[in-house]
Design a protein around this ligand. Sequence first.
Ligand SMILES: Cc1cc2nc3c(=O)[nH]c(=O)nc-3n(C[C@H](O)[C@H](O)[C@H](O)COP(=O)(O)OP(=O)(O)OC[C@H]3O[C@@H](n4cnc5c(N)ncnc54)[C@H](O)[C@@H]3O)c2cc1C
Length: 398
Amino acid sequence: MADLSKYRSEIGSWLEANCPSDLLGLSMTAIEGPWGGKKWVPDYDSQRAWLERCADKGLTAPTWPTEYGGGGLDKAEAKVLSQEMRRLRVPPPLIGFGLTMIGPTLLQFGTEEQKREHLPRITRGEIRWCQGYSEPGAGSDLAALQTRAVDDGDAFVISGTKVWTSYADKADWIFALVRTDPDAKKQEGITFILIDMDDPGVSVSPILLISGSSPFCETHFEDVRVPKSNVIAQINGGWTVAKALLGHERSMIAETFGTGAGQRRQTMADRAKGYVGADAEGRLADPALRERLAQLELDTRAFSLTVQRSTDAAKAGHNPGPESSIFKMYGTELNQRRQELLVSMLGPNALGWEGPGFEEAELSVTRDWLRSRGNTIEGGTSEVQRNIVAKRVLGLPD
Ligand SMILES: Cc1cc2nc3c(=O)[nH]c(=O)nc-3n(C[C@H](O)[C@H](O)[C@H](O)COP(=O)(O)OP(=O)(O)OC[C@H]3O[C@@H](n4cnc5c(N)ncnc54)[C@H](O)[C@@H]3O)c2cc1C
């Protein structure tokens, strides 16, 4: 305990001394997000300095081993670090699929050489990753994937198309599932492989969405030669790796969206008062809205504490199990309730698109609301999560 309070005071002073003042208090909705990578253009110049300082101290991946660029913190220290970052309103130095998905998967399944090649570059934000799982004919039924990898000596030659690849146009590397044995049972002929997006034969075409942004791409592979040394775990053994990564992805989606961590600093109740007004006692004037808000706050608080418990367990080295499906399903549906409620609070002000008459904060409500529709699809739909919970948590028959 004494050591922990020493760590708290040390890390608190370090954060205060090192976080650039113009970044303090910025929420994830105020900045696009420090995704890193060769194509990253920060919204604030100081973000690069902040990233470098944190990476030097191992704080971008606090619990990863120091030899791979992590901070080597134990579970209790990592918790203190997040508490101090929240208290001082310090934004994360780095986010992205490298830290939340492929990094933990490499720690579990990668060879020593693969870990040394990729993990330090992830922790320094040098490489941005994207995920090549879904295909036009393989979403919920992921094992039906058809992207072919043909054996050619020390390499595979890969051909096919992935779809809904988030930020493929901004990524440097992709972790992908490919079919290496077309004759095996469908889960047994799949390999998990890492591909450099600059390799000849890789191309991307962005897809425009209802929210007005274009975060997805189709990713095409045309005879792309990828060394076999980029295979993670066994050839034809990719399904196990794929499922483990999905556990990390679902936990990350649940935490990002469900806990409202990226929401603005102003509370929902304060925002509501600005539109609906307050009664004589300073409470939100509309009792029905007040009740919905109170219930949402209660559910968010309970969910955040449960997720925190599970995150602590993950940091202590327990990889997420099928319970990540419960969090993913509940957290994303909770976020959709949150966004619906914001739209109800703002009324017509929440239905702007662009131009004068709407504040920036109002326009982001519209866009966040539209974006939240995808929450119950990405990382596996809610129906698929319910099937997993039925089979693997409750043990119900097929
Ligand atoms: C915001 C967002 C980001 C994404 N990012 C990525 C990414 O970076 N990389 C990537 O590879 N993919 C990504 N995806 C794709 C995502 O993983 C798929 O959309 C998802 O798995 C569903 O597949 P599908 O779209 O083919 O729908 P389908 O599988 O065709 O499903 C259609 C409908 O049928 C239902 N359904 C299907 N099978 C069953 C079943 N067995 N039981 C009950 N209902 C069923 C589904 O629930 C759904 O309602 C992203 C998707 C979104 C929305």
